[in-house]
Design a protein around this ligand. Sequence first.
Ligand SMILES: Nc1ncnc2c1ncn2[C@@H]1O[C@H](COP(=O)(O)OP(=O)(O)O)[C@@H](O)[C@H]1O
Ligand SMILES: [Mg+2]
Length: 376
Amino acid sequence: MGSVKVNNLIKSFGDFTALKNIDLDIKEGEFFALLGPSGCGKTTMMRCIAGFEKPTSGKIFIGDQEVEDVPANKRNTGMVFQSYALFPHMNVFENVAYSLNIKQLNKSNPFKQASIYARLLNKRLGKTPKDIETKVMEILKYVELDQHAHRLTSELSGGQQQRVALARALVMEPAVLLMDEPLSNLDQKLRHSMRNTIRRIQQELGITTIFVTHDQEEAMSMADRVAVMDAGNIIQIGTPTDLYSNPATPFIANFVGTSNILKGTVVGEENGLYHVEGEGFSLKSTKKSTKKEVDVIIRPEHVQVVASDSIIDTADTNVIQGTVLMSTYLGSIVRYDVQVGVYQLVIDTTYSSGESIYEAGKEVKLTVAHERVLLI
Ligand SMILES: Nc1ncnc2c1ncn2[C@@H]1O[C@H](COP(=O)(O)OP(=O)(O)O)[C@@H](O)[C@H]1O
Ligand SMILES: [Mg+2]
């Protein structure tokens, strides 16, 4: 019912192609994030699924139904916009009840083409039938706004307005909830608590959700799976852990968390360890590489910093010589910038009070486990 499939979707505006052959397969009940920098085509993708934009070619299925020719209001999707798009002259209750009222009137009213319909509608909007009232109040409870049902939306805080927008989409019981950067107008603290609210409601209702964001932390902390987009393409789809541990490209390694990226050449393989060399470093990796020229990816938290006179068995781990450029104390971690050959590596080490911190200019050894060296 609520699955979404997109096959070979292309969307062009004149001679500019905003979406280049997109494939998506989103499961019923899944929380799916589209993540990518501004301008990469996220909103265009959502508008195609919602029916506000017609694809140039390709297919979209919602459940079993192919929908390219189905109008937006018949697609059984609910959309939450970045700008909320609430009616400022209506209160919370009326904003949420509005679409239900119209739906019911459309069903029951034979004069809906006549101008009297508009007047009837206005009259009726003031008198919501009991079943609609019950439903609206139930949804308002979900988003914790039942106490504010009679406030004008213009009197609400940003977070409350966002929850009205969410309630308004949910009350229609859509098969698919589409949210386009819904948290980007909120301040940092509110953004965090709204993440939890949205995730809780999504899980309780089990509603298929497509969530657009340019904020990697938001996508990684909320979604079951994430599709990373760049310039109209999907570069990789995976769970947050997949993307973090096995980024498909240097772009993703950089976009999803912080990475050290070094250029290397694979010079040989021995006992399942791939030897890779570059300017100022020589490393071994358990990761198989089919290419000779590779990007070597090392996450900051996968490196340890030890004194330069420490004796370490290189059979067990990689050891690299470096010089500390800067150390930054960040509470429970210390971040080091270390010069290694031509590269400046970022390293995060956990810090317990009383430990010494290596100062700028200090020669150090860096250790990194063979399985933590990614070759892509
Ligand atoms: N109606 C339109 N006409 C022409 N170009 C458009 C239109 N809508 C979007 N674009 C272009 O398509 C690209 C993707 O836009 P959009 O989907 O809004 O990106 P995102 O939501 O990822 O920031 C942008 O370069 C944008 O300028
Ligand atoms: Mg957008």
